[in-house]
Design a protein around this ligand. Structure first.
Ligand SMILES: Cc1cc2nc3c(=O)[nH]c(=O)nc-3n(C[C@H](O)[C@H](O)[C@H](O)COP(=O)(O)OP(=O)(O)OC[C@H]3O[C@@H](n4cnc5c(N)ncnc54)[C@H](O)[C@@H]3O)c2cc1C
Length: 465
C-alpha cells in the first residue's frame, strides 16, 4: 500500500502514530494495537530495532520467577532505593514510582509475548541480582510479528521531520520526508516519540556533553536526536542533560557487527591506565567509570585480572564472556605480571607495584587509595590478584546511549518547560529524561521503554473512549 492509500484506509488518520521501532516504540505500538487502537509505526532507517536490537538484552525487574527460583529476595522498595542511589537522588520520583507500579505486569506481558528470561545477574547499580537476560533479537521480531497480526502497520525508511498541531495546539500528526515528497500522517489521539537517544547526534553532543565527543560513538545509526529536537521545538522540558556518560569498557576494535563490553572489574579485576596506575574505584557503575577512563592518557583503561576471575567467564553472556574475547585476541594472557605488562605495553615495575598495593588492601593491611571496598556497587568481597596466569583487556569508553531528554509525566505525556502537558504528545524510552537521574542501572533502559510503552498505550486508550 502506498502512503496515500495507507492513510486513506484508516479514514485519513490513525488513532496513534509511534515514531521509532526500538523496544519502546514496539511495545507502545503493540500494546495500543492490542487495545484496539489503529496504530502506525514509523521507522527512519531500513531496519527495525534501533539500539534495542544492538543491546545486551538485560531487563531489570524485581519479584520475578527467576529471582524466586534463585532464592533472591528482592522488593520494590529495594529496587526504588537502588534506582535513587545510582541516580544520586536526582531521579523524578513520580516516574520511578510509575515504573515500579507497572514493572511486574510488564515482565509478565513480555514473557507472554516471547521473552525468555534465562540468566539472572547482579549488574551496574544493583545491590541484588535483578538483571534478567533474554535474547533481544528474537523478542523484537516476535513483538513486530504480533503487531502486524493485530492489524498494525510498520513503515521503514520513513523519517519523521516535523510534528503538526491542530488549531487548539494539540499534536495531531507528523510530516515524513520521502524521496518523492513530504507526507502528512494524522492521528486523533496523538503521536508517540520513541526515537531513542542522540549518541550519534554530534551537534547535540556539542551542546550538552562536549567532553563525550572523545568517546567512541555507538548506538543505532538513526539515533541523532530527531525526537528531542521536535519536542524541544514545541517547548518540551528537558531533564538529566548534564548526565551523559559513555560506558566503560569496550575494546578499541569493537564494531556494530560484534559489540563487546567486558566488566571483569565487577568480578575482581582492577583497571589501570597506560602508566599502569589505578585511577578510580572500579566498583562504581560503568558510566561513572566511562567518564573516569576518558580522562586517562589515550582514553584507555586496562582491566587486569588473574585466573580466578578468568574462571568466572560466562560464555554467551554479555559483559561476562571472557572466553569469546580471548578467542578473538582481545584478552591478553601471560604467566607473570611482568610479561603481561610487556604484552600491553605498560611499565612492568609500576604494574607489579600497583597489584602489590591492591593485594595489601584485599588482605586488610591498608585502606584503598581509590576507596574501593567491594566488587560491585557495595557488594561482593575483593579478591587478590595473585593466581597466574594473568590477563589484560584494554578498553575504551563507548557512547552507547544518552540517558536524558524530554520530560514526561507518569502517564507518558510530554510536559513543557513549565511542567504543563503538551496535548497529544507522548514520549517513551531513551528519548526521555528524568527517570534515571544522574546514572543508569543496567537493564532499566529496555525496562523503562517496555514499562512506559504499556503505560502510554493505556493512557491513549483512555483518551479515545
Ligand atoms: C551495545 C548496547 C548494549 C546495551 N545493553 C543494554 C541492556 O542490556 N539493557 C538495557 O536496559 N539497556 C541496554 N542498552 C541501552 C538500550 O539498548 C537503549 O537505551 C534502548 O534500547 C533504547 O530503546 P528505544 O526504543 O528508546 O530506542 P532505540 O532502540 O534506539 O530505537 C529508536 C529508533 O527510532 C528511530 N528513529 C530516530 N529518529 C527517527 C525519526 N525521525 N523518524 C523515525 N524513526 C526515527 C531510530 O532509527 C531507531 O530505530 C544498550 C545499548 C547499547 C548500544
Amino acid at each position: 500500500m502506498d502512503n496515500e492509500s495507507l492513510a486513506a484506509a484508516f479514514g485519513g488518520q490513525f488513532d496513534l502514530i509511534v515514531v521509532g521501532s526500538g523496544i519502546a516504540g514496539q511495545v507502545t505500538a503493540l500494546s495500543a494495537a492490542e487495545r484496539g487502537l489503529t496504530v502506525l509505526l514509523l521507522e527512519k532507517t531500513d531496519r527495525v530495532g534501533g539500539s534495542s536490537a544492538m543491546s545486551g538484552g538485560w531487563f531489570a525487574f524485581s519479584g520475578t520467577d527467576e529471582q524466586a527460583a534463585a532464592g533472591v529476595h528482592d522488593s520494590d522498595s529495594q529496587f526504588y532505593d537502588d534506582l535513587l542511589s545510582v541516580g544520586n537522588q536526582e531521579n523524578d520520583v513520580a516516574l520511578v514510582r510509575a515504573f515500579l507500579d507497572e514493572q511486574q505486569n510488564t515482565y509478565r506481558w513480555l514473557k507472554s509475548h516471547g521473552a525468555e528470561f534465562g540468566e539472572l545477574s547482579i549488574s551496574s547499580g544493583q545491590t541484588i541480582s535483578r538483571s534478567h537476560l533474554t535474547p533481544i533479537g528474537p523478542l523484537l521480531s516476535k513483538l513486530q510479528n504480533r503487531f502486524v497480526e493485530v492489524g498494525g502497520d510498520i513503515r521503514l525508511g520513513h523519517q519523521v521531520i516535523r510534528l503538526t498541531r491542530d488549531s487548539e495546539g494539540q499534536v495531531c500528526g507528523v510530516i515524513v520526508d520521502l524521496p518523492d515528497g513530504q507526507y502528512e500522517f494524522r492521528a486523533h489521539v496523538g503521536v508517540v516519540l520513541a526515537t531513542g537517544g542522540f549518541s550519534r547526534g554530534t551537534d547535540l553532543l556539542k551542546i550538552f556533553a562536549p567532553e563525550q565527543l572523545a568517546a567512541m560513538p555507538y548506538g543505532a545509526k538513526g539515533n541523532t536526536g530527531d525526537g528531542l529536537r521536535m519536542a524541544w521545538k514545541l517547548g518540551a522540558g528537558l531533564a538529566d542533560m548534564s548526565h551523559i556518560n559513555g560506558s566503560y569498557g569496550s575494546h578499541p576494535d569493537t564494531n556494530e557487527d560484534f559489540h563487546e563490553l567486558l566488566t571483569a572489574y565487577y568480578l575482581g579485576a582492577i583497571v589501570v591506565n597506560k602508566e599502569a596506575r589505578r585511577f578510580t574505584d572500579e566498583s562504581q557503575d560503568y558510566k561513572t567509570l566511562g567518564t573516569a577512563v576518558l580522562r586517562q592518557p589515550g582514553g584507555i583503561g586496562i582491566q587486569i585480572f588473574d585466573s580466578r576471575v578468568r574462571a568466572m567467564s560466562r560464555p554467551g553472556v554479555p559483559l561476562k564472556d571472557i572466553d569469546a574475547l580471548e578467542n578473538i585476541g582481545h584478552v591478553h594472557r601471560a604467566e607473570t605480571l611482568g610479561a603481561l605488562a610487556g604484552e600491553v605495553n605498560i611499565p612492568t615495575q609500576e604494574l607489579e607495584d600497583t597489584v602489590d598495593r591492591y593485594n595489601e588492601v584485599v588482605r586488610g593491611d591498608r585502606s584503598d587509595d581509590m576507596g574501593r571496598t567491594r566488587l560491585c556497587n557495595g557488594v561482593g568481597h575483593l579478591l587478590p590478584i595473585d593466581a597466574p596466569p594473568y590477563f589484560a583487556y584494554p578498553a575504551r569508553t563507548l557512547l552507547t546511549t544518552t540517558y536524558c531528554g524530554i520530560t514526561i509525566n507518569p502517564q507518558g505525556l510530554v510536559t513543557d518547560v513549565n511542567g504543563e502537558v503538551i496535548d497529544g504528545l507522548f514520549a517513551v524510552g531513551e528519548v526521555t529524561g528524568g527517570f534515571h537521574g544522574a546514572a543508569y542501572m543496567t537493564g532499566t533502559s529496555l525496562g523503562k521503554g517496555a514499562v512506559f510503552g504499556r503505560i502510554i498505550a493505556r493512557t491513549a486508550a483512555s483518551l479515545i473512549h
